[in-house]
Every structure is written in structure tokens, then in C-alpha cells.
Design a protein. Structure first.
Length: 161
């Protein structure tokens, strides 16, 4: 748990929802490999989301999108959630990626059939954007799904190029 607004400590075991933790949503293989601390700032630069905002965004993403999926399919494997600016640059993410606000997550799917099943279930939630990526890959697939807690969700479905 974040002890207070001035603390640098995050409880990575904190539950955001019944099946998802803060640590799971902030884990990044790229960050570990590059020695980057992938946590949101307590007092960010103007225009960036604060740690408290990121955690609330992640909580709502889990509650409104990931938990409904998990109820239908069982275990959901998160391959990427929150990204600090350095990690976002390292993975060549969009300049204003929703991952940097805790509004997006990438989930692993093992093939086209699973991708279609997950997409059909996720499309019944109040999501902002769903990107099925990478389309051309046989082995490596994931679904990017985002949710805005301000309620301005676009229900946009895209295929990665």
C-alpha cells in the first residue's frame, strides 16, 4: 500500500481487485532488463498522472475490464500494464500512451481462437480501446485493452499493423 502522498513505498501485493495486484500491473520485463524503476512518481511533472491517479486508474481497469474477462475465462496473464516514461520509450510506445496513466494493459493470448474469444468478451465491457496485436504473428499475440475512469470510453477496436 502507498503509505501517504509523500511515501516512496508501494505495496506491490496490494489488491486492486479480487484477482489482480499492484505488482502485477507494474511488472515489466523491459524495466528489469534495463534497470529501470517502473513506478509512478508521487509528485509528477505537470500533465502527468500522479501515483495515486495511476493506482486508481489501474483499480478501475481491473474492476471494469479485467475481472469480467477473468470471470468468463479463468486466469488472465498480464504482460504489461503501467509504464513509466523511460519504459514507454524503451518499448517504442505511443508518446501519450494510456499505459503511462495506468489506463491500459496488455494481456497474453496463445492464438487466434483465444484472441477472438477474449475480444468478444472484452467488447461487452465499457472499454476505451482494444488493439489486437500483432496480427501477423502466429506465436506472439496479445490484446491491448484500455479503460478511462472518466467515462469517456470510445469502444474503439483496432488491429495492429
Amino acid at each position: 500500500m502507498i503509505n501517504d502522498s509523500h511515501s516512496n513505498e508501494i505495496d506491490f501485493e496490494e489488491r486492486l481487485s479480487p484477482h489482480f495486484t499492484v505488482g502485477e500491473m507494474m511488472r515489466s520485463g523491459k524495466a528489469v532488463g534495463m534497470g529501470i524503476k517502473n513506478v509512478p512518481e508521487v509528485n509528477p511533472a505537470p500533465g502527468e498522472a500522479s501515483r495515486a491517479e495511476v493506482i486508481e486508474n489501474l483499480r478501475e481497469l481491473c474492476r471494469c475490464v479485467l475481472e469480467p474477462l477473468r470471470r468468463r475465462v479463468g486466469r488472465v496473464i498480464v504482460v504489461g500494464g503501467y509504464r513509466c516514461e523511460a519504459v514507454n520509450r524503451a518499448v517504442h510506445g505511443a508518446e501519450h500512451s494510456q499505459h503511462m496513466r495506468g489506463e491500459a494493459v496488455d494481456i497474453h493470448v496463445t492464438g487466434l481462437e483465444m484472441c477472438r474469444k477474449y475480444a468478444a468478451i472484452l467488447s461487452q465491457t465499457d472499454f476505451d480501446q482494444m488493439i489486437l496485436e500483432p496480427q501477423e504473428s502466429i506465436k506472439k499475440r496479445w490484446i491491448h485493452i484500455s479503460y478511462r475512469r472518466d467515462g469517456k470510453n470510445r469502444h474503439q477496436i483496432l488491429g495492429a499493423k
